[in-house]
Design a protein around this ligand. Structure first.
Ligand code: TGC
Length: 395
C-alpha cells in the first residue's frame, strides 16, 4: 500500500482556479528541486543559500501580490499557496518571501512615494535587491508602541538612533524599512508619531549582526541592528505611513502568509508519519495497522484539512478586501498551534528515528517555535480575539 497525497484526500484542488493551481505547482516544484535537496545540510550548517533569492524572483514569488514594478499581481490565494509549498520545505524560505514581499516590499508599495517605489520595487521583485523590516526592538516584540528608536530632524534630513532585534535578513539586505518615533511637532501624535524610513544598509552608523546560537530557523538569518547617528535625507521617510497602523498594515500581510505556510509544515510532518506508518513493521505488522497510530493520523489529517479550509476562507475574504485583523489572528493562532501539535505527534510515530534529520519533522517543530513567536505570539492573537469578542482590551 502507498500513502495518498494529503491534499488529494478531500480534493482541495477542486476549490482552486487553474491559475491558483499553477502557482502552487510552480512553488512545489521550486521547493522540491531547489530547497529540499539541500535543506537538511543547510539547517545543520546554519547556511542561508542566498543564491536562491534571484531564482525566487525569477519564479515571481517576491512581492507577488503587488501590482506593477515587475511584480506578478497575483491573488491572495495564489500567494498563500506559494507560502504553503515553500514552508512545506522549510519555514526559513517562507520567512524570506514574507520579509521581502509582505513586509519590506509591502511597506514601500503601500506607503512609499512614486520615486521610492521606482527605486526599490523592481530590483526587489527580481531578487536583485533584498529588503528587511526593522520594527521589533531588543526589549521585546509584542509592544511596538513602546519603541525607543528615534528620528530627529537634522537640516533637511533625519538622524536615526536606536536598536532593533530579530530582523530577518538584515545582514545581507540592501535596504531596511526602519520604524522610528519622530520627535518633531510637524508630524502628528503630539510630535511623537511612528514613521517609516528607507535606510540603505550601507549608510554609516547602520550595523547588522546575525544572532548566533539559534536552534530554530537555522537555514535563515535573523539579526540585531544598531542605529547610531544614521543620517538619511528627507526623501527617506515613507510619506503614506503615520502611526503604528503603518507597520501593522504590513504585519497583517505577513501574518496572512503564515496562516497558509504553517499548514505546509504540518502537511510535510503528516506525510512523513504516514509514509513511515505504512513501511515500518513492529510487532509483526506495519505500525499504521495499529488503532492508536491510525487515531493519531486521523486527528492530524483533520487539523490539516480544517486549517487549509480556514486559510482558503481567509484568502477569499482578502481578495474581496474584507479580511479583518481579528480574522487574521484566528488563522495565525490556529495554523501555527495545530502545526506544532502535528509536528510533535508525527515525531511519536517516527519513533527514535524521528529526532534525526532523516525526517523533516524535528526541523519543522524547531522552526515552528519561531513562527509561533514572531508576527504576534499565540498570546497576542488570543488577546486580539478576546478584545474582538468582549470589546475590552486586556493588553
Ligand atoms: P495600539 O497601539 O493601540 O494601536 C496602534 C494603531 O495601530 C492600529 N492597529 C492595526 N492596524 C492595522 N492592522 C492591525 N493588525 C492593527 N493592530 C493595531 C490601531 O488601530 C491603531 O491605529 P490608530 O490609527 O488608531 O493609531 O495597538 P493595539 O492596542 O491596537 O494593538 C496592541 C497589539 C498588542 C495587538 C499590537 O501591539 C500587536 O499586534 N503586537 C504584536 C506585534 C508583533 O506582531 N510583533 C512582531 C513583529 S515580527 C518582527 O518585527 C520581525 S519581522 C520578521 C523578520 O524580520 O523575520
Amino acid at each position: 500500500t502507498t500513502a495518498p497525497r494529503i491534499d488529494e484526500v478531500f480534493d482541495f484542488d477542486a476549490l482552486l482556479t487553474d491559475e491558483e493551481r499553477a502557482w502552487q505547482q510552480k512553488a512545489r516544484a521550486f521547493a522540491q528541486d531547489r530547497i529540499l535537496p539541500v535543506i537538511e545540510d543547510d539547517f545543520e550548517n546554519r547556511h542561508f543559500r542566498r543564491e536562491l533569492i534571484p531564482q525566487l524572483g525569477e519564479a515571481g514569488f517576491l512581492g507577488m501580490h503587488i501590482m506593477g514594478y515587475g511584480c506578478a499581481g497575483a491573488g491572495a490565494v495564489s500567494y498563500g499557496l506559494v507560502c504553503l509549498e515553500l514552508e512545506a520545505a522549510d519555514s526559513g524560505w517562507r520567512t524570506f518571501v514574507s520579509v521581502q514581499g509582505s513586509l519590506a516590499m509591502s511597506a514601500i508599495a503601500k506607503y512609499g512615494s512614486a520615486e521610492q517605489k521606482q527605486t526599490w520595487l523592481p530590483g526587489m521583485a527580481a531578487g536583485e535587491l533584498v529588503g528587511c523590516f526593522a520594527l521589533t526592538e531588543p526589549q521585546g516584540g509584542s509592544d511596538p508602541a513602546a519603541m525607543t528608536t528615534t528620528a530627529r530632524r537634522d537640516g533637511d534630513g533625519w538622524v536615526i538612533d536606536g536598536a532593533k532585534r530579530w530582523i530577518g535578513l538584515a545582514s545581507l539586505a540592501d535596504v531596511a524599512v526602519v520604524w522610528a518615533r519622530v520627535d518633531d511637532p510637524e508630524f502628528g501624535d503630539g510630535g511623537k508619531a511612528v514613521r517609516g524610513f528607507l535606510v540603505p544598509t550601507g549608510t554609516p552608523g547602520f550595523t547588522a549582526t546575525p544572532i548566533a546560537g539559534k536552534l530554530s530557523m537555522r537555514a535563515s538569518i535573523q539579526c540585531d541592528i544598531a542605529l547610531e547617528g544614521v543620517r538619511v535625507g528627507a526623501d527617506a521617510m515613507l510619506p503614506g505611513a503615520e502611526g503604528l497602523s503603518g507597520p501593522f498594515g504590513c504585519l497583517n500581510e505577513a501574518r496572512y502568509g503564515i496562516v497558509w505556510g504553517a499548514m505546509g509544515a504540518a502537511r510535510s510532518c503528516l506525510e512523513a508519519a504516514l509514509d513511515r506508518s505504512i513501511t515500518r513493521t513492529v510487532f509483526g505488522k506495519p505500525i499504521g495497522a495499529n488503532q492508536l497510530t491510525q487515531a493519531k493520523l486521523a486527528d492530524m489529517l483533520l487539523e490539516v484539512e480544517k486549517g487549509m479550509l480556514l486559510a482558503l476562507h481567509l484568502g477569499r475574504l482578502k481578495e474581496r478586501g474584507a479580511l479583518t485583523p481579528a480574522q487574521i489572528s484566528v488563522g495565525k493562532l490556529n495554523s501555527v498551534r495545530e502545526a506544532l501539535k502535528i509536528a510533535h505527534e508525527a515525531r511519536t510515530i517516527l519513533g527514535g528515528d524521528g529526532i534525526t534529520s532523516e525526517f523533516p519533522v524535528m526541523r519543522h517543530a524547531a522552526n515552528l517555535e519561531s513562527v509561533r513567536t514572531y508576527e504576534g505570539t499565540d498570546e497576542i492573537h488570543q488577546l486580539v480575539l478576546g478584545r474582538a469578542l468582549t470589546g475590552l482590551s486586556a493588553f
